[in-house]
Write a protein that binds this ligand. Structure first.
Ligand code: GYE
Length: 326
């Protein structure tokens, strides 16, 4: 069983070593299902269920995955976007089983509700590579390997900035999609540090539009708010619009701390509308390709690969933002 707690234990244990063990993508080779780097029959048939296109992070992640899982690199990729709906993902996963792909990769929109389909995949003998977000399931050994960020640490890093720089702030927490690994763990990390400063919370579903709506309501319900912790940049950008529409100055009257570090988010930091951004790097397509190749070839892979993150404050320069890949 791979509950969150179990996964966290693994993260601490193998995080760095796992990352180092994953080298740059190669075309792999040989084996029944191995990558041949060109010959049609040798391609690794991968079904990838992406959860949606809700944010700048997701767009960059999709681009990275598609750039790496190419025919040239030895893959025959079926990519399906679930538009943030779990039922769409479950359908895509069942289609992949029907197609009898070599490897299934997916980024689960929320943590629970996968027991049945994961069991079906297991019964079909298809290995699962879990991408980005996490699952909470009763199915034993539901996936071979997981690659993603340490969401709890991201929340902790955000909380530590607030504790050091805004210890008297009254915080509204703008949550991501409720029940997603990214929401649950970021909230846990943040609240463990500065939970006593949080005066209210609501979800903006990781989108700019819903982030804006949630903050419009929050400014009515909690007019004393002086800082918003947003679980991603996009919702933070929506918050800027709501704050400005209410006649207040984002970054000053209401400080903004976000997660992701996509270009628009870091630009808001340069423009002094965001105050602190914890990075969550979406560009790990190469590492994913390497893992999938190894899994298809029956090679050992680390159970967990943590993608390394940084954090940025308003000392970031325009040149640094312009040099970013996403
Ligand atoms: O932070 C957010 C996206 O799961 C890490 O999902 C991902 C999160 C990311 O919608 O922008």
């Amino acid at each position: 069983m791979f509950g969150r707690a179990a996964r966290r234990g693994l993260v601490g244990l193998v995080g760095t070593a796992a990352l180092l063990s994953v080298a740059a993508c190669s075309s792999g080779g040989g084996g029944e299902t191995g990558a041949g780097g060109g010959g049609g029959d040798d391609l690794i048939r991968v079904g990838f269920s992406q959860l949606g296109a809700e944010s700048g992070w997701r767009t960059a992640n999709t681009e990275s995955v598609k750039e790496s899982l190419t025919e040239e690199n030895g893959f025959d990729l079926t990519f399906v976007d679930a538009q943030q709906k779990q039922e769409n993902q479950i359908k895509a996963l069942r289609d992949f089983v029907a197609q009898d792909v070599d490897v299934i990769a997916f980024s689960p929109v929320i943590e629970t509700g996968w027991d049945e389909v994961l069991q079906e995949i297991k019964d079909a003998g298809i290995p699962v590579v879990l991408v980005d977000r996490t699952v909470d399931t009763t199915v034993e050994d539901p996936y071979v390997t997981w690659i993603g960020a340490d969401f709890e640490q991201e929340g902790t890093t955000a909380g530590e900035w607030v504790a050091a720089n805004a210890p008297d702030a009254k915080v509204f927490e703008l949550q991501g999609t409720l029940g997603s690994g990214a929401q649950v763990d970021r909230e846990e990390g943040f609240n463990a540090v500065v939970g006593d400063q949080v005066i209210g919370k609501a979800s903006g579903n990781f989108t700019r539009a819903e982030g804006k709506t949630a903050v419009e309501a929050a400014l009515q319900a909690y007019p004393e708010t002086t800082l918003i912790f947003s679980h991603n940049d996009d919702m933070g950008l929506g918050a800027i619009e709501a704050i400005e529409a209410a006649g207040k100055v984002p970054g000053k009257d209401i400080q903004l701390v976000t997660v992701d570090g996509v270009r628009d988010g870091l630009q808001a930091l340069v423009d002094k509308k965001f105050n602190y951004v914890v990075e969550c790097n979406p560009v790990f397509g190469d590492q994913l390709a390497e893992l999938i190749t190894a899994v298809a070839n029956g090679e050992d892979v680390p159970e967990t690969t943590i993608v390394v993150d940084e954090a940025f404050d308003q000392t970031i320069t325009q040149d640094e933002v312009d040099a970013r890949a996403y």
